[in-house]
Design a protein around this ligand. Structure first.
Ligand code: NAD
Ligand code: ZN
Length: 360
C-alpha cells in the first residue's frame, strides 16, 4: 500500500509576508467568531517582533518556554490553560517560533479536541478527532516541523511524536526576514537538522523518486547556505527546511535521529545539537555526509558542545530503549533485516563512541 499523506493546505512565502498574517486570520475569525491562541516562543517577549503580532483584545497570548524540549506534561498544562481561558474552542492556534514552538502549537491544537493526555497519543495514527485550525510561522529553519505530520514530545517513557494526518498545519507563513536574527550557532545546528534529514532520507532504503526529488534539492540548498553563504541565504535555508521535511514525509530519517532521540531523552540535549554530536561519529553509515558536515562546521567556525555529564549504566540502557522504539528509522537505514544488524549491544557500542569518556 502506498501512503496517502496529508500536506499543509496553504502556504505563503516571501520577505515581509508575516504582515499578511492579520488578513489570513481575519478570514478564520469571520468563519468561527471566536478567539485566537498565539503560542509564541518567550524569547520574543518585549521585542519589536512581538509588537508586530496581530493580537486582538479577545485573543490569548500564550508565551511558551522551550529551554527544554516540549514534553507531554507541558502540552497538557498549556491545553488546560487555554480551557480555563474560555469554555469555547479557539478559532485557531498560531505557533510562532522554532521547531519546539511549532510542535507545541500542533500538540495543543490536537489536545483541545481529543480527550486525555498527550502521552496517550505518542505513536502513529492514534488521534481520532480533527484538531483546531492551526498555523505556524517559523523563526528558525531546518527541522521541517512546519511541513511534517508529527509533533515530537518527551513523554514519561519515551521521546516520540504524535504522528497523524490531523497534526499537519493548515497554513504556514514562511517569511525569511523572520529567521534573519536567529543566533548564529543555533541557526547552524537547526540547519544541520535539515542537512541530516536529507542524508538519512537519500541514503535510506525507503527512498523513492518523490523523496529523492525533494531531498536532492534540499541538500543542494544546504550546501549553498553553509558552504557558499551567498545572498538570499535565509530564503534558501527556509526552502531547504521545507523540502527536507517533504523528503522525509515520504521516507524516513535514520541512524543519527534514532540515537539522537536517546541522547535528548536522557541528557536533555536539544535536537539540532544532539544530531550534530551523533552525526560526527557516524562515518561507518554516512561517510560522505559526515565528511561534508565537518567541512560545513569548519567553514562556519562551529564547535560542537560537550556532552554535559557522565551517563550511568541504567541511563545507557534507557537510551538504548528509546532508540530501539524507533523501528521505522532503523528499517529505513538498514533494511528489513535491521534487528539482526542493530542489536542492543551494537547500539550501546555506538553510544559509547559518542559519549567517549562520559560513559561509565
Ligand atoms: P527550538 O525551537 O528548540 O529553539 C532553539 C532555541 O532558539 C530556543 O532557545 C529558542 O528560544 C531560540 N530561538 C528560536 N527562534 C529564534 C530567533 N529567531 N531568534 C532568537 N532565538 C530564537 O529549535 P529548533 O531546532 O527549531 O527545534 C528543535 C525542536 O524541533 C526539537 O524539540 C525537536 O524535537 C523538534 N523537531 C520536530 C520535528 C517535526 O517534524 N515535528 C522535526 C525535527 C525536530
Ligand atoms: Zn530532525
Amino acid at each position: 500500500m502506498f501512503r496517502n499523506f496529508k500536506m499543509v493546505t496553504q502556504v505563503v512565502f516571501g520577505r515581509g509576508c508575516f504582515n499578511q498574517l492579520d488578513d489570513i486570520l481575519a478570514e478564520k475569525r469571520r468563519q468561527h467568531a471566536s478567539f485566537m491562541v498565539f503560542a509564541v516562543d518567550d524569547v520574543f517577549k518585549d521585542t519589536d517582533f512581538a509588537s508586530r503580532i496581530p493580537l486582538k483584545k479577545e485573543d490569548m497570548m500564550l508565551w511558551v518556554n522551550v529551554d527544554e524540549e516540549p514534553s507531554t506534561i507541558y502540552v497538557d498544562a498549556l491545553t488546560e490553560e487555554i480551557r480555563s481561558f474560555s469554555e469555547s474552542l479557539p478559532a485557531g492556534v498560531i505557533g510562532i517560533g522554532g521547531g519546539s514552538t511549532m510542535d507545541i502549537a500542533k500538540a495543543i491544537s490536537l489536545m483541545l479536541t481529543n480527550p486525555g493526555s498527550a502521552t496517550d497519543y505518542q505513536g502513529w495514527d492514534l488521534i481520532r478527532n480533527p484538531a483546531v485550525w492551526h498555523t505556524a510561522i517559523p523563526t528558525l529553519s531546518g527541522t521541517g516541523a512546519e511541513v511534517s505530520r508529527t509533533t515530537v514530545l518527551i513523554g514519561p517513557e519515551k521521546k516520540l511524536g504524535i504522528n497523524s494526518d490531523h497534526t499537519v498545519f493548515d497554513q504556514i507563513v514562511l517569511d525569511p526576514e523572520v529567521i534573519a536574527d536567529a543566533p548564529r550557532d543555533q541557526r547552524f545546528f537547526t540547519g544541520m537538522d535539515c542537512y541530516i534529514h536529507c542524508v538519512e532520507s537519500l541514503e535510506g532504503t525507503y527512498l523513492n523518486t518523490f523523496s529523492k526529488s525533494y531531498g536532492e534539492k534540499a541538500i543542494d540548498l544546504c550546501r549553498e547556505v553553509f558552504l557558499d553563504s551567498g545572498p538570499e541565504s535565509d530564503d534558501k535555508l527556509m526552502m531547504a527546511s521545507y523540502f527536507g521535511g517533504m523528503s522525509i514525509a515520504y521516507s524516513q530519517v535514520g541512524v543519527c535521529h534514532a540515537l539522537s532521540y536517546g541522547l535528548s531523552f536522557v541528557l536533555g540535549i536539544h535536537h539540532g545539537v544532539g544530531n550534530c554530536i551523533v552525526f560526527d561519529h557516524l562515518e561507518e553509515f554516512y561517510s560522505e555526509g559526515v565528511r561534508e558536515f565537518r567541512q560545513m562546521m569548519k567553514k562556519n567556525d562551529i564547535r560542537l558542545p560537550q556532552i554535559p555529564r557522565k551517563v550511568s549504566n541504567a541511563e545507557m540502557e534507557k537510551m538504548i530503549d528509546v532508540a530501539l522504539v524507533l523501528e521505522p528509522l532503523w528499517e529505513n537505514a538498514l533494511g528489513k533485516d535491521w534487528k539482526r544488524i542493530m542489536t542492543r549491544e551494537r547500539i550501546g557500542g555506538l553510544y559509547g563512541l559518542i559519549l567517549g569518556e562520559r560513559s561509565l
